[in-house]
Design a protein around this ligand. Sequence first.
Ligand SMILES: Nc1ncnc2c1ncn2[C@@H]1O[C@H](COP(=O)(O)OP(=O)(O)OP(=O)(O)O)[C@@H](O)[C@H]1O
Length: 807
Amino acid sequence: MSLYSAGARPPGGPALSCTLTLDEHGREPKRPRLDTTSHTGFSKVSHVSDTLCEEGATVERSAQAPTTLPNADEASSPELAPEQREVLELVKQRQNVFFTGNAGTGKSFLLNQIIQYMRGVYKEDFGSVVGVTAATGIAATHIGGTTLHAQAGCGIINMWHDFGKMWQKPAIEKWKAIQVLILDEISMISAELFNALEQMARDLRGSEQPFGGIQLILAGDFFQLPPISKKPMGIEGQFLNRGFAFQAPAWSRCRLHEVMLRKVFRQQSDQKFLRILQDIRDGQPENALREVVRCCQRLLPEKGGVKPTQLFSKNAEVDRVNTAELAGLAQPQIDLLGHDEVVPHNQDPESHAYQSQKERLERNEFFKDCLAPQRAVLKMGAQVMLLRNLDMQQPSNMLVNGSRGVIVGFRKKEDIRPVLKEHVRGVTPGLTEGAPILIADESEDREAPADEKLRNAAPGQGASDGAEREPVVDQPPSSGDVIHLSDDDARPATKRPIADPHSGDNYGQQRATDISSLLIRSILNQETRAKRYLDALDRWPGQQVPVVRFVSGREALMLPEVFEADVHSAGKCRRIQVPLKLAWALTIHKCQGLTLDFARISLKGMFAEGQAYVALSRVKALEGLEILDFAPGCAKTSQVVKQYYRCLEEGSPYKDNEWARMQAECSSQGPAKPGNRGTPGGPPRGGPGAYAGSQGGGRGNASGGRGDCFRCGQPGHWSSACPNAPGRGQGMGRGSPSPGAYGRGGGSKAKAQQPRKQGIGAFFSVQNGNGASQAPAMSNPPSSQGRGSSSSAPRKDFFAPRRSRGS
Ligand SMILES: Nc1ncnc2c1ncn2[C@@H]1O[C@H](COP(=O)(O)OP(=O)(O)OP(=O)(O)O)[C@@H](O)[C@H]1O
């Protein structure tokens, strides 16, 4: 089955042939379409190749997964564009799909449709069977998912051995249960990560099928932001996050049906802007940018009191703008300090191990990098962004990491505690579903005007001492069913009962109702959850909890959340803080995936390929765009990506030497190449497993284990025939000898004589075309002699011709 459209020549590519056949169900294929009103410049609208049939290869799914998903009414959306429908069909047929297209072609929109469909199919199992993920937290917000890292259970990968976390029980269970993996913004997933996860999925699931038989639904646009690769620090085992996902051997292994979405929805009302964006995307930005600057270097007015979102390339600019905007609000400042703590693995405070783990944890970068600031400085009216996913079980109510809103009030901790306590006891005090939200208003009863209080406040008060200034009780922007009480709702109930015209409650009940109705819905009557929030609230030093009205119209109390990071072989770092960040300005990396009505964009300091394109393509029309500054050469396009898309258009396999180059880079710095099974002598080399072993206390030394099974660490067999692999008897959870427990050698296939200690180290290998495991490209292995170099030539599977694209 092949679908091609006849049409114009792709930029730099040959004219496309037109081959249309009926599919295997005898359906007429979707007609190729060229949308003259909003074309992306690609002549081929859809590219679906089905070499699974052509090559006689079938992708085996896990036993419990049906081969074709049933129809679910939810997904029969008449609004989908033809290519979007094409993708949905493939999804229903349980094919692996990658769909791409210009910014605004509805990739995330379609993912949401697919997710809705999957919910209909899997019903209550949806959460465990379908992994909804994106490359970044913010991108995940648009599809109600989580980051790929969180779903995978590996967290942020700094070292190859971090993949070892996936051998912990919860992660293994997740990987075993999952049948579908949805991943948005694939452009930001590196080849190294994609390859590693594909390998890990196979190992964890005990299946040699691509991704262990999980159905893959990948979306993204490689012309947008690339993966953030890391600077080599000369550290053994450092994970550099290199390459585009399509450069990974795993990409071709997954036999993806590639579909190009062609209709741009976002800018469909502004053809001129659409052409400009296309030129920038194509790598011909000079005239296009000149035109943008000519049209848009002017001040955009506020709309309904809302300022345009400002986009910058760097965090420093974002912070500067947010701080200035906050200062411009004539409202008292509320300083909320977070609670930081560390939890060493070792539980004996007298022990040396405890002390050293504690010190390591205290110095950990988590406390610098944590999204939630140690000191959150907020005001009424501040534009904020949510840093957590909340109420994910309720699609209509969902508040996701990245949701933007405005602070409309504060509630006192002392008023919230009793309400939470009631929920811990399973009682919902005074809560009526859909009860009106009560918000304090400025009143004649107030002791002093807010700004007067601010003037009276001692210099520095509330800034660093953890004591908040008086909360603002100003009238927030109004919303339909909000009742503005002329009182501070924190006032003791006995002092001034106020009748609620809707419920007739007195003030005391009303206050509880107010707080209850503002609570994250998933707390209601869920004792454990309520208890967790109560614990966090008690440990958090702040006294005022912000109420945020989100763009969706929902208002919610932003109770402190626990932000936590696992630090390998040391313990946990923790911060308890309200999950909010100022958001008048955002970095361009944070805005990928957003559609903005109007934006003020700085084109200065762009450092990544695709960055200018991402920034500019957020808005719908030139009239909604203000350019702050401009630097020549700000719009960069990746030549690799251009070539990849050319191949996609032509239906030819994409090949480059990048994967091999990454490996050569390793071997040039040391004689061993990743993937080699050990050479006698020397420390463990040759792959993350080896580094994990070495980091994990010198396991995998010269004395043993080279050539050990990558799965169980035992000598005498290869991982592909591991008798201890999951699904072949023995589980691989904590406590069983996990591959990560052992270092791996490089070089020869000599079997180790001595199994090493067990533990949860890292393990990671790449399967070559013959099913033999090899380690992936490593960065900066220290040079040493005696390491194998037998695989210095590019491995066959890295360059295996992709299945034909059907022409
Ligand atoms: N079939 C459709 N019908 C109506 N509107 C659509 C459709 N598909 C997408 N849209 C709208 O087009 C806009 C852009 O969609 P979306 O954000 O999903 O695009 P995208 O391809 O994911 O963009 P980006 O690559 O920039 O993240 C959204 O406002 C979305 O609601």
